[in-house]
Design a protein around this ligand. Structure first.
Ligand code: ATP
Length: 583
């Protein structure tokens, strides 16, 4: 009945709150039973004209006490629900967080970021209600009818038995609905995520849609999907309403049967008037908890689906954690390096590289040949490679992630700048840097004058540095990288799509860095790698050739052809620009 033992085991702390919740609900029921017994007794005495003034007083006190107890129990049950939800959220989010840390930088080889976000935010929220409401109700809905049966069996066994036997009909009807509901809910979630994906994509690409005036088309496409979703939502609601009607029929039908039994037994002289009234007043209580459980049914189904997803994430195999630190040398060597994202398509096929310390190495090749894949492998993001990759002679897999991150700095074409001040962004590179050091790197990156005109180090940046130009963003990202001061730097298209001036500043810094460090520059623009000590040319996942610029031009191979094409294009661009100026 949708009870996941492993899940409950994982959130061990919630057990006590669930037990507490069930107990207080049970006390509330007992208070109700005592109150009804006293009231029905009073009614009987009144009927027989035997009621004493003291009895009135006593019953009034019992009613007041019962109401107070029930009030306190309801408040305590809500509190227990809250405490258990809190424990669930904290425990599960912590487990997911720790798991992600263990999966490390290469987590995307196994799970997508969107799934992680969905599971840890929405998935955990679903389980909050599962633990806070469904589970306590599940146990209480069994305890309540058994308690009432025990109490009423002293009043009249046959009536109590009829009531008890009718209760399981509710879960039976739920089980019958479940088989149908499962398929329907799977469809519903499918439509829901499809609509969500389309919505998000269209929202993100809204500017593009406006430019190409394709928003009307996308809007009608989304309307169609929304209509499908509306229809399936209505089906789910109908199913839920129908199942509620069935449960109500069973609950009230069962209670009515119990009442008929009570009256029949009274007429046959088998029970007293008080006994008959007690059964009538308590018969609905047999069914209410189970009926309530039925209305939590969808919470349980969502909870089960969410826990499956959470365990799928928690059960992902973890890459072996290295224990070695990078020794005091920082050359990188890749031998017979192969890698594939998907089984049937290998991207790198046995590539060999050597990027020595104190040298400027470059990796070039046509778009899609696998350059960024090499960088991702070196950064520990793609761990499932074959062959060997060593940093300072130690296999990458054997290094701790911390040591790798400390010693290698990666700068891509879209380095992330956070919302906050320039200072906060820079201090990520070196938390204990003084203002003097920060100004020094800003000066190196020719940003100091600009920032002095703004609010200096307190200049506020918007998300992704949206209030800076592309070139300024990239120069600030490089300033942060310089502060990190690591022995190895990897630049992956770090000068793509920025102005020539910024590109020149960045290239100057890269050349300076190469003096004592291991620097790898990945670039599709060959003009940037002319000065590199060694250029590796990647073609179809293998190293086609390597050497310095002159050597490669003389060899007349892939590099020479690429160079000629790019030179011709750049020449053409310049001529066009001059033409336009002249006109
Ligand atoms: N996450 C991924 N999943 C599946 N395939 C991928 C993934 N990332 C890259 N690829 C594939 O791997 C190949 C190499 O990609 P990579 O980004 O390494 O190329 P690149 O040489 O850096 O290209 P560019 O110069 O255009 O950035 C491409 O064909 C790409 O389709």
């Amino acid at each position: 009945m949708m009870i996941n033992k492993r899940l409950i085991g994982v959130v061990d702390e919630s057990r006590k709150y669930i037990t507490g919740n069930v107990l207080v609900q049970w006390f509330s029921l007992l208070a109700n039973v005592v109150m009804i017994f006293s009231v029905t007794n009073l009614l009987q005495e009144l009927y027989l004209d035997k009621a004493l003034p003291q009895t009135f007083m006593l019953v009034a006190v019992i009613i007041a006490a019962a109401v107070l107890i029930r009030f306190a129990c309801t408040a305590a049950a809500a509190r227990m629900g809250y405490l258990s939800s809190r424990a669930v959220k904290k425990t599960l989010r912590e487990l997911i967080y720790r798991k992600l840390l263990r999966l490390g930088a290469s987590y995307r080889e196994q799970v997508s970021t969107s799934e992680v976000v969905q599971v840890s935010v929405e998935g955990v929220d679903q389980l909050e209600t599962y633990f806070g409401s469904y589970l306590p109700q599940f146990f209480y809905s069994m305890l309540a009818p058994l308690t009432l049966f025990f109490v009423l069996s002293f009043v009249n066994l046959p009536a109590a038995l009829v009531l008890l036997i009718c209760v399981p009909l509710i879960p039976v009807s739920i089980a019958a609905v479940q088989t149908f509901a499962k398929k329907l809910l799977a469809k519903y979630w499918g439509q829901y995520t499809t609509l969500g994906d389309t919505f998000l994509e269209n929202l993100q690409g809204l500017t593009t849609l406006k430019i190409y005036q394709a928003d009307a088309y996308k809007s009608s496409e989304m309307n169609r999907e929304a209509e499908h979703f509306r229809k399936i939502t209505m089906k789910v609601l109908t199913m839920q309403l129908n199942s509620i009607t069935i449960m109500d029929l069973i609950a009230y039908g069962g209670a009515a049967l119990g009442m008929v039994m009570a009256v029949t037994q009274y007429r046959a002289g088998n029970i007293t008037l008080a006994g008959c009234l007690t059964i009538i007043l308590l018969s609905a209580d047999f069914f209410i908890p189970m009926r309530q459980l039925g209305s939590f049914f969808h919470i349980a189904m969502n909870g089960m689906a969410a826990s499956d997803k959470i365990f799928h994430l928690l059960d992902l195999p973890e890459p072996e954690q290295g224990t070695a630190a990078v020794p005091n040398r920082y050359d990188i060597r890749c031998s017979d390096l192969s890698y594939s994202y998907e089984e049937e398509r290998e991207i790198l096929h046995g590539a060999d590289f050597h990027f020595p310390q104190g040298s400027f190495s470059a990796l070039v090749g046509e778009s899609g040949c696998g350059k960024s894949t090499v960088a991702s492998i070196l950064m520990g993001r793609n761990k499932k490679y074959s062959g060997s990759v060593t940093l300072g002679g130690v296999e990458l897999q054997n290094l701790t992630e911390e040591s790798l991150m400390r010693n290698v700095t990666y700068i891509s074409h879209s380095s992330y700048l956070f919302k906050g001040t320039v200072r906060e962004n820079l201090l990520m590179g070196k938390p204990d840097a003084s203002d003097g050091e920060l100004w020094q790197v800003l000066g190196q990156m020719k940003l100091a004058d600009f920032l002095r005109e703004e609010q200096g180090l307190d200049t506020l940046l918007m998300e992704k540095g949206a209030n800076l130009s592309g070139g300024q963003c990239q120069r600030l990202a490089l300033a942060r990288a310089l502060l990190h001061d690591s022995p190895v730097y990897i630049f992956d298209e770090a000068t793509s799509n920025i102005d020539v001036e910024s590109e020149n500043h960045i290239m100057d810094q890269i050349r300076t860095l190469a003096a004592g460090r291991t620097v790898l520059l990945i670039s599709h623009r060959l003009a940037n790698v002319v000065e590199a000590d060694t250029i590796y040319v990647l073609d179809n996942g293998t190293v086609a050739e390597h050497g310095n610029h002159e050597e490669l031009l003389t060899a007349g191979g892939v590099y020479a052809k690429l160079w000629e094409t790019q030179q011709a294009l750049e020449h053409y661009g310049k001529q066009e620009a001059e033409h336009e100026k002249a006109e």
